[in-house]
Ligand binder design. Structure first.
Ligand code: IMP
Length: 430
């Protein structure tokens, strides 16, 4: 059975949660491979809204294995809270959730450093989610991180915490003005969470490998989006992990040749939260209307999302970087009431035309978008379920995007519910 990756093509919040939820019945395993509780995957099931942060969307489906891979970073307190919230709503992940023993922990000092560093940066802040993601990945790369597996070697754990605090406390106290962290309290905190989460820990890479060799279907659930990738995004206004296709391989131990389909998810327009360049941003009433109609407020932090027109330059780049085999277009209904709709097809900076994303921050920040204009359809698409039902203008918009991106469209989302969907091709069937 095939494996399918679902990845964001923009700056996150593309509606991946809904697409993953929709495809999950076809999968045996749903696996996260990067990021952490910075993500906010909103899923509406039978009118009930669930917002998942660290947990794979697969947990909402009984019987599916939900895996958090080695490439993710995990805040035990936040994860536990999420598990308990689901339990209170009748969903128990005891037998379905598996966490890689190689995944790194987000420790209390990571969260404190994330928040303090943002405050310290002031005007130059990134606008992080404040969940400790950056400092946790920094420690991983600096070879001073703590993995779940390390919690079982108490001498090693104590020694590493001691060494880490010797470096971190002076920085936290002197530069950030924080009280700092106490070794024994932190050590006890680690052991407490080891014991509470031990039942979920396993060799997740082996589990995924065995599942694939057995012929099970695996769904790889991306978090954030391509333009937040640490290498290929709008650096430094990015997250701290790779969000693109290679992260499936490194974050779960899966060979690239085993990924059969890559579904890119893009909104019918563009949004971003946090700071950083956004060439098609609309700071006027047109953008305000997208925010209101699309309920564009962050699922994790509640922050208002910045809104703008669809950027073909950006999504084309995402299509190449990830090898998208099809596009899933979400929130088409939000554009229902516009008389004209714009598509950005190039940027211009100081007389030079760019048809690919420039790597210089100055260019990306100050370039002018070149638009083509299409007529709006001004008819309702909310909840439509077949392509033929879509107004001609909406079909034209979808076809224009598909042509310019050189990608077939597999799924069109016309509302937040599972059933509010036009399924053109099933990625698991093709
Ligand atoms: P961090 O991932 O918390 O370090 O935040 C870095 C940047 O990524 C900020 O601009 C965040 O707003 C953004 N970001 C992180 N996770 C998400 C997400 O799930 N959706 C949208 N933006 C995100």
């Amino acid at each position: 059975m095939p494996s399918v990756a679902v990845l964001g093509a923009q700056w996150g919040d593309e509606g991946k949660g809904k697409i993953v939820d929709l495809l999950t019945p076809k999968a045996d395993v749903v696996a996260r491979f990067q990021g952490g509780p910075n993500a906010g995957h909103t899923v509406v099931v039978q009118g009930q809204q669930y917002i998942l942060h660290a947990l794979p969307t697969g947990v909402l489906h009984p019987g599916k294995k939900a895996v958090i891979g080695n490439g993710a970073v995990i805040d035990p307190t936040a994860l536990h809270e999420e598990i308990e919230q689901l339990r209170a709503r009748g969903i128990d992940v005891k037998d379905t959730l598996v966490i890689s023993r190689k995944a790194h922990l987000i420790l209390p000092y990571h969260r404190a450093m994330d928040v303090a560093r943002e405050a310290f940066r002031g005007e130059r802040r990134i606008g992080t989610t404040g969940r400790g993601i950056g400092p946790a990945y920094t420690d991983k790369t600096a070879r001073m991180g703590i993995r779940f597996a390390d919690l079982f070697d108490e001498a090693l754990l104590h020694d590493r915490l001691q060494a880490n605090l010797a470096e971190k406390n002076p920085l936290i106290q002197t530069v950030y003005g924080h009280a700092g962290f106490e070794l024994e309290a932190l050590f006890a905190w680690c052991l407490e969470w080891r014991d509470k989460l031990a039942g979920y820990l396993a060799d997740a890479e082996q589990l995924v490998r065995d599942a694939m060799l057995r012929g099970d279907s695996v769904l790889f659930e991306g978090a954030q989006g391509t333009m937040l990738d640490i290498d290929h995004g709008t650096y430094p206004f990015v997250t701290s992990s790779n969000t693109t296709i290679g992260a499936v391989c490194t974050g779960l131990g899966v060979p690239p040749s085993r990924i059969d389909h890559v579904v890119g998810v893009a909104k019918a327009y563009t949004t971003r939260v946090g700071m950083g360049p956004f060439p098609t941003e609309l700071l006027d009433q047109v953008g305000e209307r997208m925010r209101t109609v699309g309920a564009e407020y962050g699922a994790t932090t509640g922050r208002a999302r910045r809104c703008g027109w669809f950027d073909v330059v950006m999504v084309r780049q995402a299509a190449w970087l990830n090898g998208f085999t099809s596009l899933s277009l979400t929130k088409l209904d939000v554009l229902d009431r516009y008389d004209r709709i714009k598509l950005c097809v190039a940027y211009e900076y100081k007389g030079k035309r760019f048809e690919h994303m420039p790597d210089e921050l100055e260019v990306l920040t100050n370039c002018q978008p070149h638009y083509v204009e299409l007529e709006g359809w001004q008819e309702n698409t909310l909840g439509l379920t077949t392509y033929d039902q879509l107004p001609a203008g909406a079909r034209h918009y979808v076809e224009e995007l598909s042509q310019r991106l050189e990608l077939p469209v597999s799924i069109i989302s016309t509302g937040s519910g599972r059933e509010q969907t036009v399924l053109l091709r099933d990625p698991f069937a093709s």
